[in-house]
Ligand binder design. Sequence first.
Ligand code: PLP
Length: 409
Amino acid sequence: MIENETLFENIRRQFPALTQKVNGREFVYLDSAATTLKPEVVAKRVYHFNQYEISNVHRGAHYFADQATQKYEEARKTTAAFLNAKTTTEVIFVRGTTEAINLIAYSFARPLLKENDEILITEMEHHANIVPWQIVASEKRAKVRAVLVKENGELDLEDLKSKLSSKTKIVAVTACSNILGTVNNVKLITELAHKVGAKVLVDGAQIVSQEVVDVQDINCDFFAFSGHKLFAPFGIGVLYAKKEILETMPPYQGGGSMISDVCIESSTYNDVPYRFEAGTPNVEGAIALGCAIEFLKSIGFTKISEHKKDLLEAATEGLLKIPQVQIVGTAPRKGPILSFNLLKTHHSDVGQVLDQQGIAVRAGHHCTQPLMKRLGISGTVRASFSIYNNIKDVDLFLKGVKKAQELFQ
Ligand SMILES: *Cc1c(COP(=O)(O)O)cnc(C)c1O
């Protein structure tokens, strides 16, 4: 414990954002589920690439173009290993989770779906894992159905089983809810979905920073995540897809790099993954993502999840002692995400009181309006914990909530 405490205090020092004051108070960042802060090593990697290594990839015939291409492809290798993908070609660099899901909806679902086919999602999905399916479903006269969420925030697996049928073509589910914290058993869900012949997309946006992901063990067909929630910059994300499926998919966008031969009338497309990376990619983003993954690996996920679990437990225990607090999401398996409301108080008022004390949380519907409707609330206050948080952050957070509770009671 003591050893880990020193380790995580050292980690914390690598995030200069945390040395600032907000409203005259020490800055407490509890909004990592929205985006993580970036460690110095990642920020410096981006700077270094821009100052010394800048070049486009896959085209130039000069030293730095070669170097940039090699580093971009090394980042793909690092990412493939991070997910335990079978081959590097199963990793496509995109802008983020949202683009990854849209790519699958467009290039995989659109050619596949027929009238009355079904896409099965869950009530706890982020809008990014709802709206792309609605768009393609309405075009193909297919249906989007949702698995129910129980009162405690767990997914209702019986309901899932009852909704799976030969009509189900795609199951799209989050590995971890960005509001309830619920961690879903995506391996089991994949097994159930495959039994009816459906393909499975896992939204990995929240899980990647929490535990080791093994796409071969999950056996999902698609897996999506965003770099910016994994200590990398905005605008870089990853779509993993099984190679045999990728090879059957038409391109998502047309342009440079995704072709092998172009005539005015028609073109032949490049091999995967390049077929899905039209135009100049986010080279520095991919390289920085590789750097962020190495940074995480050097800490190790066992220590990371222990640390976050300690913080989540301390914060949950403390919140339960404050009158009128209602925790939203109490599933047995939870990520470091703590949503709550104060009875008869609007979530944004609580968020504001916390902000005045230098504490950054999120207050709102968190891009999960269907879930909010299901739970009969308009939103929540959400505190989320990461590797750079410590027990002092938890104490300041609890003090802040207590203050809000006294103010509004
Ligand atoms: C953040 C998030 C998304 C969307 O990610 P973008 O980076 O905005 O594309 C999707 N799903 C979950 C669970 C998320 O937390």
